[in-house]
Design a protein around this ligand. Sequence first.
Ligand SMILES: [Ca+2]
Ligand SMILES: [Ca+2]
Length: 386
Amino acid sequence: MNRRPGQNAQPHRIATLFAALLAGCGPSEPASPVQPSQVPTIATNAAATGSVADDGMVWIPGGEFWMGGPDDASISAVRSRLQPGEPVCSGLVDGFRDSGPAHRVRVDGFWMDRTEVTNEDFQRFADATGYVTVAERRPDPAEFPDADPALLVPGSVVFHPPTEPVTHENPLAWWRYVPGANWRHPEGPGSTLEGRMRHPVVQVAFEDAEAYARWAGKRLPTEAEWERAARGGLEGQPYPWGNTLLVDGRWQCNAFQGPFPGGDNGEDGFRGAAPVGSFLPNGYGLRDMSGNVWEWCSDWYRPDTYRLAAVAPEFNPQGPPTSFDPDEPGVRKRVHRGGSFLCSAQYCSRFLIGTRGKGAVDTGSNHVGFRCVRVSAPSSVPNPTP
Ligand SMILES: [Ca+2]
Ligand SMILES: [Ca+2]
């Protein structure tokens, strides 16, 4: 079994801070399954496909669709990109076990941000509210009684491509806890947002994303809403644009090309994050649903969510009531979706729409951001973004 630990996981900042090993290959079955989620009803707006609100959000029509996947043919197609002897993304080996089975889901219509929230957007929020993100706060010593207080400093997790070849077994070979890293300094104190105001905001923990969404009169999408939107009206396709990763030899999203983690050759035009909207929109007008940066969803993460959901069509699923990740029991995680500029056939491959990621709620990194949704009328937005 060519299974590697945590390929759809994000580093936990405290684990990284103390250089504790991230969990290895845990059991795929959780100890105690949960019941399918209760399903609150979301108000339905009536708007035509292709509608664009004054603040630039686009209408995602409600409807029923196949959620999860991807299918074997799509997995084989990504895997065929690899040369003999190259490392293989674990999901391409085990079939992305937490992402199946595909099951029928129905969601009401909603408005969604066309792009990931940008630094420009987040700057406006921070200026208006004085909000201080998790990464800008000192970790509470009471929560880490065994830690040297000198090590409990504000900071966050930063991708640091190694200069020497490494195996894919230990993500700490390319993730570092960097004191002073936060959304204003995504790679640490020496980095700035200069020239990057249209890049997605990163280094945001879940509560930071929620705080922004509340301020903007919006909320984070559920995982079902996110996937409904990402599919752009296509049925059963593995990408927001169709059924092949490249179209006419051109990359359709910001991913990673070359040997992971140290050899990104930027074949898609970008090493690291790209300005939002650098690639073509999907059928609903959304950009970067695959790739660029991961996006927080509101659902708690469990690997068995879809196996439980598959017993019946779900209506506006909100996810399980609690989190459980056998890779890191005890770490509360929410769902990430869409993959990032670090995804390739060698590692991650979560640019495939139906696949899932996960992240500790208190942890951002420089490849995780978010976008928002709204079900109310556009005119009710107190702080519209252009
Ligand atoms: Ca790239
Ligand atoms: Ca994205």
